[in-house]
Write a new protein. Structure first.
Length: 504
């Protein structure tokens, strides 16, 4: 269990009862839950007499909740298919590009098989440096886990061992499978589902199928929905459910994105997801800027800053029926927090949108400090923190926790293990082959599998290509190479060029 922790600073709760505190304190108990959110000068609640009290000097938010990801691919750089100048119209097109297998599928599978544990820790770190404390898309690891660094939405049970979130990247195989998800939704469980991705009107048939199977319901978090229009949302809204908006990936692949104003006008909840690095932001903090850019350039500023920020905090928690778990800073919820600098003092919501990786001062989950400045990590009680470099940025990260299974590999070991696997993939493969023969599942090497069905070796039957060229790992932060790649790609027609301006 974590030691009690008190964080002071400007507090933004996303709790309607108490949205903001200019000079506040967040009390996180030894039970890892928030005990109080109140004025800094108010008397402390019981049990905090000897607690660590940390003056953050910044703005304290709930940790960001990334409800749409494919983490196994996030070690890869942006992908602009060679020779392609026009956008796609459907998600069923681009996996068939001649460059996809060698540039996306094969290296993602190779890294996941040869250095699964280290690779996953690198990718979770990539999420955490952008303030993410829960992420969807990390479930296919050969054995379920509830997260070593960030919460794994598919397998997070908050120690209850009861699974509550189900996921599918493709239309379900038969009516029986749809019926099963409809029953989950009736039971107040959640279903995160890729729906109608692309601009082809034929994709609306996927929505029609969900309606016919009674899957339009509270607990449905439908990713993309780019083919849907106002009439669809008007029909859907009374039944409940949410959409998950991934504007960078939509604009990169399809040169258009979800009609979020139509969804908003109909009353459908909107969440935000970063998708995957071959066509997306490096983290959810980056995706906030893409949403803001689209809002300013194409939506006439209709979305207010607090609405956009809610898409990355309380809305995704509500979408999957976790409103009593995470997504807000209020008593009884888990102590997942993000602390940033106060670079926009007059507006804490614009502050979050405009914050970049260098503004992230501390990220804690259940009150346990995982990442941040060396000063705040030490003050928050991190006992095994290691230095980490992000370009010129220096921070500390803690990956080793003796009481958490598999949390046994530090940052330097992560980098060394990945480098060794890339340097001699054949030797690594032969070593792992022997270890995979162990009859005890927990002692087998962890295999981070791709979660797109057209890539998954267990679906395709194709052997993992261990000798494929693996490109250098995608950097952890938005940098010059990233923005140069954005500017060089013709796919998005310049719609994403303005993202660079948030980072100058």
């Amino acid at each position: 269990m974590a030691d009690p922790l008190v964080l002071t600073g400007r507090v933004v709760t996303f709790d309607d009862a108490q949205p903001e505190l200019d000079d506040g304190a967040v009390y996180i108990g030894a039970d890892e839950l928030i005990a109080a959110v109140q004025a800094r000068t108010a008397p402390a609640p019981p049990g905090f007499d000897g607690a660590r009290r940390v003056r953050t000097g910044g703005v304290i938010y709930p940790g960001l909740v990334d409800i749409h990801g494919h983490i196994a691919y996030n070690g890869l750089p942006l992908w602009s298919p060679p020779g392609r100048t026009e956008p796609y119209t459907s998600r069923y097109q681009w996996p068939g590009d001649g460059s996809y297998e060698g540039m996306i599928s094969d290296p993602a599978n190779a890294l996941g098989a040869l250095a699964g544990k280290a690779h996953l820790k690198y990718l979770e770190t990539k999420a955490v440096v952008g303030g993410t404390t829960a992420i969807q898309g990390t479930a296919k690891t050969g054995r379920p886990y509830e997260g070593w660094l960030v919460r794994n939405i598919e397998h997070e049970t908050f120690t209850t061992k009861v699974k509550t979130v189900f996921v599918s990247a493709l239309p379900l195989r038969d009516d029986k499978a749809y019926e099963a998800q409809a029953e989950h939704l009736k039971d107040k469980l959640a279903f995160v589902y890729h729906l109608s991705e692309g601009t082809d009107p034929k994709l609306i048939a996927e929505y029609d199928k969900m309606r016919e199977e009674k899957c339009l319901a509270p607990g449905l978090a439908a990713i993309h929905c780019t083919a849907l229009d106002r009439a669809n949302y008007d029909e859907w809204a009374p039944k409940g459910g949410s959409i998950v908006w991934s504007p960078f990936s939509n604009l990169w692949l399809y040169r258009n994105t979800t009609d979020v104003l139509a969804a908003r006008a109909a009353g459908v909840r909107i969440c935000l997801g970063a998708d995957w690095s071959p066509s997306g932001s490096k983290n959810l903090l980056g995706e906030l800027k893409v949403a803001d850019l689209w809002n300013k350039t194409k939506l006439g500023g209709e979305l207010k800053a607090d609405e956009i920020c809610a898409m990355a905090t309380c809305n995704p928690a509500d979408a999957i029926n976790w409103s009593q778990r995470i997504g807000r800073l209020k008593p009884g919820l888990h102590g997942d927090v993000l602390v940033t600098t106060d670079r926009v003092p007059g507006d804490p919501y614009r502050n979050l949108i405009e914050s970049v990786e260098r503004d992230v001062l501390l990220v804690a989950i259940n009150g346990q400090p995982f990442y941040g400045t060396t000063k705040l990590m030490q003050a928050s009680g991190a006992q095994r923190a290691e230095p980490i470099r992000l370009g010129r940025l220096r921070r500390s990260i803690q990956l080793i926790y003796p009481d958490i299974p598999e949390a046994d590999m530090g940052w330097k070991a992560v980098l060394d293990d990945i480098a060794e696997a890339i340097r001699d993939p054949v030797a690594r493969y032969l070593m792992l082959e022997k270890q995979h023969a162990n009859p005890e599942n927990e002692k087998k090497p962890l295999w981070l599998m791709t979660d797109k069905p057209w890539d998954d070796p267990k679906v395709t039957g194709k052997p993992v290509p261990v000798t494929v060229r693996i490109p250098p790992l995608d950097t952890l932060v938005h940098d010059k190479a990233y923005f140069d790649a954005v500017a060089a790609s013709p796919l998005h027609g310049g719609l994403l060029d303005g993202v660079r301006d948030y980072y100058v």
